[in-house]
Design a protein around this ligand. Structure first.
Ligand SMILES: C[S@@+](CC[C@H](N)C(=O)[O-])C[C@H]1O[C@@H](n2cnc3c(N)ncnc32)[C@H](O)[C@@H]1O
Length: 205
C-alpha cells in the first residue's frame, strides 16, 4: 500500500496556499473548482465549497480515500460554506474525466500541466484559470487570445496578494522567440518573463 502523505505534511515542502484561494474566492463567485494534478494539496477547499481533485498518484488516492482525514485537516480552517464537497478522482487528466463539461468556475494548474488543452472543457463560460509557469500553462494561456489576464498572484511565504494593477507588465517574454505554443507544449516548461509572479489568473470569455 502507498505511504500515507497528509496535506499538513506536504505543506512542509510547498507551504500553505489557503490564503491564495481565500483571495480568489473573495474576488470572484467561485463555487466549484477542478484541480488536476493536485497531489494532496487540499488548500482550495479552505475557501471553495466544492473541489474535485484529480491525480494518478497512489499516495494522493490514499489520502483522499479517508474522508475523515481530509475533514480533520480542514477543521477550523475553512471560510463559511467552504470545504463542503471534497471529491477525488484517481485519473489521468489527459483522458476524459468524470466531470460535466462547462461545470467548473475555476480550473487550477499548479506544477502539474500543461493541462489547459485537455481540461479547459470543464470550465464554464466566464470561468477562471489559475496557472503558473512551471509546466507551461501560464505561458500557453498568455498566448491564447481568448483568455484575459485578470490578476497576478504574488506571495511572501504563505502570505498572498493579488496584483490587478499594471497587468501589462506581466507575461512579457525575456526572449520573444521562445513564446511559441508548440515549443512550450513539447518541452512542458514555461518561458522566462521580465516580471514574474507565483501564478496568474485568467478569465475565459
Ligand atoms: C509536482 S506535483 C504538484 C502537486 C500540486 N499541484 C502542487 O502544486 O504542489 C504534480 C502532480 O501531478 C500529477 N500528475 C501529473 N500528470 C498527471 C496526469 N496526466 N493526470 C493526473 N495527475 C497527474 C502527479 O501525479 C503529481 O502528483
Amino acid at each position: 500500500m502507498a505511504r500515507l502523505v497528509t496535506w499538513s505534511q506536504y505543506q512542509e515542502s510547498i507551504g500553505d496556499r489557503s490564503g491564495l484561494f481565500e483571495l480568489l474566492a473573495g474576488a470572484w463567485p467561485i463555487d466549484r473548482a477542478l484541480y488536476p494534478g493536485s497531489f494532496v494539496d487540499l488548500s482550495p477547499s479552505t475557501a471553495i465549497r466544492s473541489v474535485t481533485y484529480v491525480d494518478t498518484d497512489a499516495r494522493a488516492a490514499r489520502f483522499f480515500a479517508d474522508a475523515g482525514l481530509a475533514r480533520a485537516q480542514l477543521a477550523g480552517r475553512c471560510r463559511p460554506g467552504a470545504g463542503a464537497e471534497v471529491r477525488f478522482l484517481r485519473a489521468d487528466y489527459t483522458k476524459p474525466l468524470d466531470v460535466p463539461e462547462g461545470s467548473m468556475d475555476l480550473l487550477i494548474s499548479l506544477f502539474a500541466g500543461p493541462l489547459w488543452g485537455e481540461c479547459h472543457r470543464y470550465l464554464r463560460p466566464g470561468g477562471w484559470f489559475l496557472a503558473n509557469t512551471s509546466h507551461g500553462d501560464a505561458s500557453l494561456a498568455a498566448l491564447d487570445p481568448t483568455l484575459r489576464l485578470v490578476a497576478a498572484a504574488q506571495h511572501d511565504g504563505d502570505r498572498y496578494r493579488l496584483d490587478t494593477d499594471r497587468l501589462g507588465e506581466y507575461l512579457n517574454p525575456k526572449r520573444p522567440d521562445t513564446a511559441d505554443p508548440d515549443r512550450i507544449r513539447s518541452t512542458g516548461r514555461g518561458i522566462a518573463y521580465t516580471r514574474t509572479a507565483f501564478a496568474y489568473v485568467f478569465q475565459t470569455p
